[in-house]
Design a protein around this ligand. Structure first.
Ligand code: AMP
Ligand code: MG
Length: 431
């Protein structure tokens, strides 16, 4: 087992164990946020048929030879008054949305048509209702739809396949199903798309001092923040975790909890992973056939991080400090979950400038909870607002990004160029 390795090495080892999970079908109603495992290739046109974009009249523009009448002076669209030779068209049918037109349009005739209705055979243009007068089964069309204009042929017809054509690749595999993607899948009839299975993540918190959030802590107790916080992180990334488990600082209790979570793709244990008298996580795992891949990383926070495999389950032993647990989740567990889901494991880092000097231990890679904002010039400034102790969960809750300070530098002066990673929920445009 490797120990005291660099952050870069640790991350490589973790991602080296990752894989994209299998495909499964899911109901469209449950598909929001899932990842398509196969490309969506349409076997249909969208829209499926040519339809009217307006309530109006379907007519044959090119052959408009209606029954000419002189209706005197009309105002056209630009509000100029001019004599308009008009044509009268006999209304041969009323076509509502959802109805099939039965009569084909001949020169001199038209059909009254509603938005979304099928264009009758022979018609090539829709004259909106606002540009027509209707009387006794005849419609008279107003300029600029007169015969001289000839500018509006084909107007207000939504052609079949305008959006998607049969055979089009509409979405590639790997697309995350956003609300509009879901809407498109619905209109194309993909009611149970193939998606990547959600990783099942087990979470076990440990510690005799920990009580459930709905309990009042005794004099030496604290509420469990890692359980709910880590579960929320997993759900936020699209993983599954019905509930977290909690174990006492007792090898047998820890073993039972691990056993219960044996079917997980990823198991997160929080606490009890260091060298304290009551830190039993590593030995309990080892007694069950755990294959450790590394323990302890040259990083802050989260130095005692443990990683390995228990059968097919990847196991991350996170330090119990809520800040360390949250940061190690961000650095290792989030990229793993994203890989499981066939996504890019990390977001590109963004260049920023420090607002304050930061002292650091040269050998360690720091990932600090930070607040970044974009200046008017477009440049990002970043500061470590508030205290940074790894027990201070508030610093995680306030942060909008993680400040990466690689090993190799000690003091970083004010104004130093650094790199930040936006937290998935972080807004970098706040000041
Ligand atoms: P450990 O890694 O078990 O030594 O725990 C380190 C620190 O984190 C101790 O102060 C614990 O009380 C605290 N801690 C451990 N687990 C949790 C938890 N689930 N929720 C809140 N604090 C915790
Ligand atoms: Mg503990």
């Amino acid at each position: 087992m490797r120990t005291f390795i660099s952050f870069e090495e640790a991350k490589l080892i973790v991602l080296g164990e990752s894989r994209v999970l299998e495909s499964e079908k899911c109901q469209l109603s449950d598909a929001l946020g899932r990842t398509l495992s196969l490309p969506i290739i349409s076997s249909e046109n969208l829209p499926p048929f040519a339809s009217s974009a307006m309530d109006g009249f379907a007519t044959q523009f090119t052959q408009q030879k209606g029954n000419d009448v002189d209706l005197g002076v009309w105002a056209n669209q630009e509000n100029e008054s001019r004599p308009a030779p008009m044509s009268r068209f006999r209304i041969v049918e009323h076509v509502a949305a959802g109805a099939k037109p039965l009569v084909s349009i001949q020169p001199g005739t038209c059909a009254r048509i509603m938005t979304g209705a099928v264009i009758p055979l022979g018609a090539d243009t829709i004259i909106p209702r606002e540009y027509a007068q209707e009387e006794d089964g005849w419609a008279t069309f107003w300029a600029p739809y007169d015969l001289a204009g000839n500018r509006e042929a084909g107007k207000h017809i939504r052609p079949a396949g305008e959006d998607v054509k049969v055979g089009d690749k509409v979405f590639p595999a790997g697309t995350v199903i956003s609300p509009p993607v879901l809407g498109m899948l619905a209109s194309l009839g993909f009611h149970s798309p193939a998606v990547i299975r959600k990783p099942l993540v087990g979470i076990i918190t440990t510690g005799d001092e920990i009580v459930a959030p709905d309990h009042s802590p005794g004099p030496a107790q604290i509420r469990n923040s890692n359980g709910p916080g880590l579960r929320a992180q997993v759900l936020y990334e699209g993983g599954t975790c019905d509930a977290y488990d909690h174990a006492k600082d007792d090898p047998e209790d820890i073993r039972r909890a691990i056993q219960k979570n044996a079917g997980s793709d990823l198991l997160l244990l929080a606490g009890g992973v260091s060298v304290g008298d009551h830190d039993y996580v590593k030995s309990a795992l080892e007694a069950m056939g755990f294959e450790p891949l590394f323990w302890k990383v040259k990083q802050r926070p989260g130095k005692p991080l443990l990683f390995g495999k228990l059968g097919p389950t990847l196991v991350l032993g996170l330090p119990g400090n809520p800040v360390s647990a949250a940061m190690c989740f961000a650095m290792y567990a989030r990229p793993l979950i994203r890989r499981f889901l066939g996504r890019k494991p990390t977001e590109p880092l963004i260049k920023a400038f420090l607002t304050d000097e930061i002292p650091k231990v040269k050998d360690l890679y720091y990932f600090s909870r930070a607040v970044a904002f974009q200046e008017d010039t477009g440049v990002y400034s970043v500061s470590l607002k508030g205290a940074q102790g790894s027990n201070l969960y508030g610093s995680v809750a306030r942060a909008n990004c993680i400040l990466h300070l690689p090993a190799g530098t000690d003091i970083l002066p004010e104004g130093a160029e650094v790199f930040i990673e936006r937290l998935p929920w972080g807004d970098l445009h706040l000041s």
